[in-house]
Design a protein around this ligand. Structure first.
Ligand code: ARG
Length: 466
């Protein structure tokens, strides 16, 4: 390929007024081409829209437009076929493409940059990139939600201990527990949809910072590129990256939710719990301890949450105290963003698959729920319904639990006369209340763990997804 030859590119696009070339180290330090070439498709898309507008407005000729379109198509093909030569000395994706375009089509290539700056160009590229990333992430979350619903549906009546402080609290449906994550992911999608509106605004036209004296038509460019509107202030358009920070915050929350689920999977896979098994393809063994099956994937999800949170802090810090308008600091927005998107999409993809291979040990869940006096609250509620103030009922049950502990059994193993020592109000109907199923069934309002309610929640969730 005789792309941008080195001799051609020794002279920087912007170096007209400079007396000496930058050192090799400074060149490497200031260049972004090693990572921003990933924006090439969006850069070309933006340039095609910009050129079309320039021609419609009579700022460039139709012949120039045709040449630019032909040149950019060829460059797109070269990039897709990995035949494009990226040059570090050409700094970034924008100058690499522009130089090649000029090599291919001559002066028309040089006219493409009329009424534009790399400042509004790069802001446009990132927004196009992020918009596509958001759409992909929403699809992946939805796929994960489908997998969650399928699993939850199988376990509407599977009893497990619900925890607070990781201590047995009250019996719940395993399906209900899973549906908690559906809700979190639903809010994650809503947040992304909202964030997308602010991402989907056009910076082009802001030029370097002040706008341009050419008779441009920004609405037309916005329409061609599918933006919902144009950025309302040229200085803001080229300089703020709040939309990227917002996206990062959305990503951090998604990972935070996944890290919670991961932590639970890790705990539940511990043989002392033994609630679930993950499919072997998500685990590894130990090179020294043959009995081990380690939950590597959930552990890594938990670990990678740290790096996504780190990227959010990096972007916030990058933006902090930057004077208006564009500063080169902003070049540092790309690597954190790219890594956030890559880590998140990989994680979601793997998670949806992992959920389909979760094996549930209902017996272990049940045994665990039976061990921790999980129905103590139900006994207190029973007494309250018989007229005893809740605080007194709480006290009575605490004493009863203490008695059961000393006896080495669970609350629902006590005989009626043993229970009656603590309150004469207790009658034979108490046993329906003290069973795991009885407790679970009794929480039958919206958002409660009664199987009918869980069924209804799953039904609603399916409707929301469709
Ligand atoms: N590579 C630069 C970036 O990512 C493009 C914009 C450069 N603008 C400038 N005035 N040097 O931010």
């Amino acid at each position: 390929m005789d792309n941008n030859s080195a001799s051609d590119s020794n002279k920087k696009t912007w170096s007209g007024r400079f007396n000496e070339p930058v050192s090799e180290l400074v060149q490497r330090y200031t260049a972004s081409i090693t990572f921003d070439r990933r924006l090439a498709e969006y850069d070309i898309q933006g340039s095609l829209a910009h050129a079309q507008m320039l021609a419609v407005q009579g700022i460039i000729s139709n012949e120039d437009l045709t040449a630019i379109q032909r040149g950019l198509q060829q460059i797109r093909d070269e990039i897709r076929n990995q035949q494009f030569t990226w040059l570090l000395e050409l700094e970034d994706v924008h100058l690499n493409i522009e130089k090649r375009l000029t090599a291919l089509i001559g002066d028309a290539g040089k006219r493409l940059h009329t009424a534009r700056s790399r400042n509004d160009q790069v802001a446009t590229d990132i927004r196009l990139f992020l918009r596509a990333a958001i759409d992909e992430i929403i699809d992946l979350i939805r796929a994960m939600q489908h997998a969650l619903l399928n699993l939850a549906e199988q376990h509407i009546r599977t009893v497990m201990p619900g925890f607070t402080h990781l201590q047995v609290a009250q019996p719940i449906s395993f399906g209900h527990h899973l549906m908690a994550y559906f809700e979190m992911l639903k809010r994650d999608i809503e947040r992304l949809i909202d964030c997308r509106k602010r991402v989907n605004q056009l910076p082009l036209g802001a030029a370097a910072l002040a706008g341009t004296s050419y008779p441009i038509n920004r609405e037309l460019v916005a329409e061609i590129l599918g933006f919902e509107g144009v950025c309302g202030n040229s200085l803001d358009a080229v300089s703020d990256r709040d939309f990227a920070i917002e996206f990062s915050a959305c990503a951090a929350l998604i990972m935070t939710h996944l890290s919670r689920m991961s932590e639970e999977f890790i705990v539940w896979m511990n043989p002392s719990f033994g609630f679930i098994q993950l499919a072997d393809r998500f685990c590894t063994g130990s090179s020294i301890m043959p009995q081990k099956k380690n939950p590597d994937v959930p552990e890594l999800v938990r670990g990678k949450t740290g790096r996504i949170n780190g990227h959010l802090v990096a972007l916030l810090t990058l933006m902090k105290a930057q004077p208006l308008a564009y500063n080169k600091d902003n070049q540092e927005d790309k690597e954190p963003l790219f890594d956030t998107v890559d880590t998140l999409t990989d994680t979601l993809r793997i998670y949806a698959d992992m959920l389909t291979g979760v094996q549930v040990n209902q017996e272990m869940m049940r045994r665990s729920a039976l061990r921790g006096h999980a129905t103590a609250t139900d006994l207190a509620d029973y007494l309250t319904k018989k007229g005893i103030p809740f605080r007194d009922a709480h006290e009575i049950v605490a004493k009863t639990v203490q008695f059961a502990e000393r006896k080495g059994c669970d609350l629902n193993d006590l005989a009626l006369n043993e229970l009656q020592q603590f309150s004469a109000q207790i009658e034979a109907d108490i046993f329906a209340v003290l069973t795991l199923e009885g407790s679970m069934e009794s929480r039958r309002h919206i958002g409660g763990t009664a199987p009918d309610q869980v069924q209804a929640a799953i039904h609603q969730a399916r409707q929301w997804l469709s």
